[in-house]
Ligand binder design. Sequence first.
Ligand SMILES: [Zn+2]
Length: 114
Amino acid sequence: MNAELAVQKLLESVKEEAARNNYSKVTAVHVKLGSWETVSTQALVKTFDRMKDSHLLSQASLVIDKRKTLAKCRYCGNLFEVIYLKSRCKLCGSNYMEFVGDRGISLEWIDGVE
Ligand SMILES: [Zn+2]
C-alpha cells in the first residue's frame, strides 16, 4: 500500500466526519490497520503529519490500531494469534491452518472540538 495515497483518502474521510460532527478542530484520528499491510505505522504517522496541512487538522494526531495476524486451525476450527510462522494450534497441536486477516486502513472514529 502506498502511504501517501492511503493518507490522502483517510484525510478526505476525516474531513467529512469532522463536518458531520461540527468539529472546528480534530484532535485525534483513530484508524485500524489491517494485519497484512506492509506499510509501517511510523511511515503512516510521518506521512499523516506531513499532509495534514489545514487548520482543521493542525493539532490532530494519528492513533493506529494494528490488527493481529490470526490463523484458523483446519482440524478443530480454533482461532489463534500467529506470533511466529511455525505457530501451531494450541488446542490440537496441528500446523494445518489458514491465515485470517484483512488489508487496508480504515477510519474508526475521530476526536475533535466544536
Ligand atoms: Zn486445532
